[in-house]
Design a protein around this ligand. Sequence first.
Ligand code: ADP
Ligand code: MG
Length: 489
Amino acid sequence: MKKETIRIIDELKQKNEELQKENEMLKAIIDSIHESVYAVNEKDEVILYNSESEKMEGLNRQDLLGKKEDEVFAPPYYFSDEIIKKILRTGKPLIEQPYWYYLNDGRKTNMIYSAFPFYYKGQVAAVYVIFRNMSQMSDFIAITLEMQKKFSQQENSQPTGATFLLEDIKGNDTIKRITGEARKIARRNSPVLIVGETGTGKELFAQGIHNASLHSKGPFIPINCAAIPETLLESLLFGTVKGAFTGATESPGLFEQAGDGTIFLDEINSMSLPLQAKLLRILQGRTVRRLGSNVEIPLNCRIISATNMDPIETVEKKIMRSDLFFRLATVTLYIPPLRERKEDIRLLALHFIKKYNNEFGLFVKNVSEELIEHFEHYHWPGNARELENFIEGAMNFVHSEDRILKLHHLPEYFRERIFQVKNFQKSLNFKGTLQSVLQETEKAFIESILTKNNGNITRASYELGISRQNLHHKLKSLSIETNTIKKDY
Ligand SMILES: Nc1ncnc2c1ncn2[C@@H]1O[C@H](COP(=O)(O)OP(=O)(O)O)[C@@H](O)[C@H]1O
Ligand SMILES: [Mg+2]
């Protein structure tokens, strides 16, 4: 065999080994989750059946793998006939569908399932279904509601839960103007929508408004709509009565617990459209009903919501209902990203330095101009929160005799991030049309991969993820000179 062939075989062997390892690991992960997962291929044969499925159905996967539903189960074949066929036909997923069935031992189980097509090379090659057992889910809801209740009782001794005042929000003209507006609207009862990228201080403003408002004696209850599963969010917000669903207990929702305080609905843009409709009804009627109850409870709290997306865009893209948006956004506060408030960078840096001086027992007085300059060129995707993280990180490298925070104090990782952005911007100094820039980039990339592989077309095409023929075609169309690249075969 040629040396080259042996080398390719070795490489393939190694790749194969890696794939196998990855496959084993994914299987182990799928086996350790609490959802039951199964998948069938396009011939309807079971190709995946995880531990939780085995446990739930009391079956052994060895008896199922490679078989069709009708070889293992008695009719009706709900999943293969209704769900799998539908997904194979439409190529679209079915999300969060309720479902119940009788297990082999006769027990009835309530489930929520989502079924997804798996595309391979543009074709639906498999369908996988993920089931959540709702009896476990309702236990989870019950526990969470219980915890929430305990939490709110503790909160009552120190009533609000909002520690920030509007005065604590640091910034120059823009921030001063916004805090001024916030102070005015705090006195009224209208809903407020706070718009701003992540880390711009939305929650700070929500707390500040609460503390400056007539609701300040009541609790401040923040809830992140993106962090909580849909079904749980609904029962958390509205509360439940005993028997509303399996495991449901008599629990007040957050609207009720907020009393005449403030409820802060963070990342409202993540709320599903049906729940948005329910929320709208509550805001209009100003009463809440616990899930499973007909009793109307008056709603007295102030509602502040926040979104990190452009609200007009969320309405246009049908992520937010326009009627809910108009209702929530009676007053809108827009907090611009930090990169558009460069004048605040120094001020905030010094503010956070002071905070960590106190925390770490340090005596830093200032920031070096070099560091400020780097900060001013950085785009701050995480805004003030990211700046705070940078400063906290840097303060870990400060010695007790240091008085000035400098570039070298920043952890390696942050320094890299700042420089990466600079280099990227430099590399963006292209001229010409999009087409010509893309072509130049493609050419440069292919050349570099060819050079790396000593001009070996097979290996280069493999690394580029395209076929040999396609690479040959590109060499010609992009006029790449291959004879200048060293060949070893
Ligand atoms: N103007 C500001 N003044 C002081 N601290 C700020 C300011 N903006 C943001 N922060 C800090 O950044 C962190 C993130 O703010 P937060 O209100 O949670 O942002 P968001 O809710 O928009 O993601 C806060 O904990 C606070 O310490
Ligand atoms: Mg937030």
